[in-house]
Design a protein around this ligand. Structure first.
Ligand code: NAP
Ligand code: MG
Length: 504
């Protein structure tokens, strides 16, 4: 039977010593030798705007830096789009909408989406490395999640483009026209795919802005869009600040606007377009409850809790940031969590073994630290595993709070960082009441052995997505979106497509 040593030909010294497999695993932990990424992310020194199928300098001539939050070094200069560029992008989009794209049959549009998906797969490694450098998330996430999921969204929507008659039987489906889109920094490439793929499948054109912190993968995607031969003006990509986002959303030629970001900015945008008749999709903040009952498989639940709040450093709208745990198993779950957190690796996001990477920016780091201070001041009990953080870059250890009450800010507000607030409950009713006691309603998780309880919880929890015995699982076919202050409209699945068309 092959031993573990046989499977590790790159460790000849250990193999030669002929130590048993278990000892080798232990040895791997202690003789930890980081394996940094070597693939070339092909980052140019400067990126222009993508308007009308071409890379063009911004009208103002201004650029801003995007940095690597793991070491605070500059990665590239990005064009800063202003009012003139937004106007140019809408003109280009209108030309495409009135021209070839607007008249193209769905089966032809599909070919472009398939091409974009395949080109993204071809350059997957390069995109994963670039995204990790721009955002700070671990390479194992960009490699196994962000980039393949982005490709999957283009594939899925390509499949719909020639089957639109089936999304609303008996009705004729028509594109809306030009859509204005603004996205956040937590899943930069994936959010591009979430926004662009359904818009294009339905025959719309787009003007889209990535976040200031993470514009790199959006402009790299522009290279792919150009290589795919998408007609000029169908997709226009403008890097720039929030004010540019405001101009994109308020532009009179936008038939629909789609925004993913904070509830606060979402409300500003809604006010700015009130009464204009624009269609809207709002994907906003969250404060999800991850609920563990005493009959749950606890080891599995602990993995789900860790994935729920430490995936992408907790910078996830649907993060399971409130753990509601059944009193009889609360001590056991907290003990298991502490044990698990002690072996999470915090550090260089390009290291393939890293579990927790960098926080996206110094501002976000300060915001999260502020919440940790607030938790302590309000009387909750802080626990962090011992871990050495890199000297440069924006890092935080995974953080737990026990003794949290419903009134604590860490239980009510979206922290958007690796901080878990742990609250206990005694009955099913109390769990539902506590889970729903939030202004948000994006997601929730339920861990239990009882199918009937899963059904009851998923009916009574006011959340757009309810995961059962898992957490943070996504699929392009599955609609995603919120209730209450988490927004409205859905992205993904048939429902997501309905938000990008009119039925006539
Ligand atoms: P944010 O501050 O609201 O920014 C989101 C985007 O809006 C960025 O591109 C931002 O540009 C832009 N923006 C800022 N002010 C604007 C304005 N007045 N008008 C138009 N656009 C404006 O959010 P974030 O900090 O990037 O992202 C974190 C938030 O996004 C969290 O609340 C999270 O829950 C939410 N989110 C929700 C979902 C979901 O599906 N529900 C998914 C992911 C994230 P700048 O980058 O230049 O500021
Ligand atoms: Mg950056």
């Amino acid at each position: 039977m092959p031993t573990l040593a046989d499977k590790k030909p790159n460790r000849p010294a250990q193999r030669a010593q002929g130590r048993p497999a278990a000892e080798l695993i232990f040895g791997d932990l202690w003789e930890y030798d980081p394996a940094p990424e070597t693939a070339d992310p092909k980052i140019k020194s400067r990126y222009d705007l993508f308007i009308g199928g071409k890379f063009v300098p911004p009208a103002s001539g201004k650029y801003f830096d995007t940095i690597n939050p793991a070491n605070e070094t500059k990665l590239a200069e990005m064009a800063l789009a202003g009012a003139d560029d937004v106007a140019a992008a809408y003109r280009a989009a209108q030309k495409a909408q009135d021209g070839a794209w607007g008249k193209m049959p769905g089966k032809e549009r599909a070919k472009y989406l398939y091409r974009i998906a395949r080109l993204l797969q071809d350059r997957a490694r390069e995109f994963a490395v670039a995204e990790t450098m721009d955002n700070g998330k671990p390479i194992k996430e960009t490699r196994d999640f962000d980039v393949p999921m982005a490709a999957a969204h283009f594939f899925y929507h390509a499949g719909w483009a020639d089957k639109l008659a089936y999304i609303a039987p008996g009705r004729r489906v028509a594109p809306l026209g030009i859509v204005g889109q603004v996205i956040p920094w937590n899943f930069p490439l994936l959010m591009m795919a979430w926004k662009l793929a359904p818009a294009l499948a339905m025959g719309n054109c787009a003007v889209i802005k990535p976040a200031t912190n993470t514009p790199l993968s959006a402009l790299k995607l522009a290279e792919i869009i150009q290589d795919a031969g998408l007609p000029p003006g169908v997709v226009n990509i403008l890097s720039g600040p929030g004010s540019t986002g405001g101009l994109i959303m308020a532009h009179p030629q936008a038939a629909k606007i789609a925004f993913t970001g904070s509830t606060e900015v979402g409300k500003v945008i809604m006010r700015s377009v009130a009464g204009t008749g624009k269609r809207m999709t709002m994907e906003l903040g969250g404060k999800a409850a991850n609920i563990v009952f005493d009959d749950a498989p606890l080891d599995q639940a602990v993995e789900g809790i860790v994935n729920g709040i430490f995936f992408n450093q907790g910078q996830v709208c649907c993060a399971g940031s409130r753990l509601l745990v059944h009193e009889p198993v609360a001590d056991a779950v907290v003990a298991k969590l502490r044990h698990r957190l002690k072996v999470l690796r915090v550090g260089d996001p390009l290291d393939k073994n890293t579990d927790v990477g960098a926080i996206v920016s110094r501002d976000q780091l300060e915001t999260v630290r502020g919440y940790i201070d607030a938790g302590v001041q309000e009387g909750a009990k802080l626990w962090q595993p011992p871990c050495r953080l890199p000297a440069k870059g924006f890092f935080l250890p995974p953080t737990l709070f026990t003794g949290v009450t419903q009134s604590h800010r860490i239980a009510r507000e979206e922290i958007f960082g690796p901080v878990l607030a742990i609250i206990t409950f005694r009955t099913v009713e109390e769990a539902i009441e506590k889970a729903n006691n939030t202004e948000y309603g994006l997601s929730a998780g339920v861990w239990t052995d009882k199918g009937s309880r899963i059904l009851k919880m998923s009916t009574e929890l006011k959340a757009g997505v309810v995961w059962a015995n898992t957490f943070n699982k996504f699929d392009p076919a599955s609609p995603f979106g919120g209730y209450k202050e988490s927004g409205f409209g859905r992205e993904g699945g048939r429902q997501g497509l309905l938000d990008y068309c009119k039925l006539v």
